[in-house]
Design a protein. Structure first.
Length: 234
């Protein structure tokens, strides 16, 4: 894809800050570096993220008066100036296992929060990733993380109960269906989850199950292993 000079300026600023801070960068820092308003920087970084050039992470902010609120952070996706996220330079998709590994690497901060006190901000970020996901591996990977986030937010022993049900599955396909169906059922009956949220997740769920049905046996096993890793004990 071709980039404008303005886009390249924002990418260069983000890369420099990312190297200096040794981690994801807040959009206000990019705004100061480029000399624009924070909202201009946010909009440009979101556009670059939609093109697969920038990654988005939602990191729990423990240093404000509202410590449960997530901060939107950005990082450069190196080597992807001519590639959409999840695609090769020739327009195809990464091998299934490689795509899941890429998702896991890019969501390290998010997965860390899922093992602790995940927040609603993580849901929104994952839904945005699902809306842009290209290919079955990317969609299934992000959907698995979203479902684990949902189970964490439901509290109690929700995820432990689902894990036990998954172990009872006769094969990877059955375990994945149980995993997704059980968490969806919990969301529907939970009093604090809105109909709008459950309706949107239900739409993702139908697509997830269609993808699971179409995967090969090896791909289902890889996806199940991915689910078990991110849903492991805290």
């Amino acid at each position: 894809m071709s980039l404008t000079e303005r886009s390249r300026e924002f990418l260069a600023a983000l890369r420099k800050l990312y190297e200096e801070q040794k981690g994801p960068v807040h959009y206000e820092d990019v705004a100061k570096a480029v000399g624009v308003s924070k909202w201009t920087a946010y909009d440009m970084l979101r556009k670059l993220a939609a093109d697969g050039l920038v990654g988005v992470e939602y990191i729990l902010n423990r240093h404000t008066r509202t410590p449960g609120r997530s901060m939107v952070m950005f990082r450069p996706n190196e080597g992807r100036e001519d590639v959409h996220a999840g695609q090769t330079k020739h327009g195809g998709h990464l091998p299934f296992g490689e795509e899941l590994a890429r998702i896991k690497k890019n969501l390290v901060a998010c997965l860390s929060e899922l093992r602790g006190s995940a927040s609603q901000g993580i849901w929104q970020g994952l839904m945005e990733k699902l809306d842009r996901a290209s290919g079955p591996a990317a969609f299934c990977g992000y959907m698995a993380v979203l479902l684990v986030a949902c189970a964490r937010l439901l509290g109690g022993n929700s995820l432990d109960a689902v894990a036990r049900l998954m172990q009872a599955g006769a094969d990877a396909h059955s375990a994945l269906v149980v995993f997704s169906g059980a968490i969806m059922g919990m969301l529907v009956v939970h009093p604090t989850v809105s109909r709008e949220v459950t309706g949107k997740i239900a739409g993702y769920m139908r697509k997830f199950q269609d993808h699971v049905d179409s995967l090969s046996g090896q791909e289902r096993s890889l996806l199940l292993e991915f689910v078990r890793e991110i849903a492991g004990p805290t």
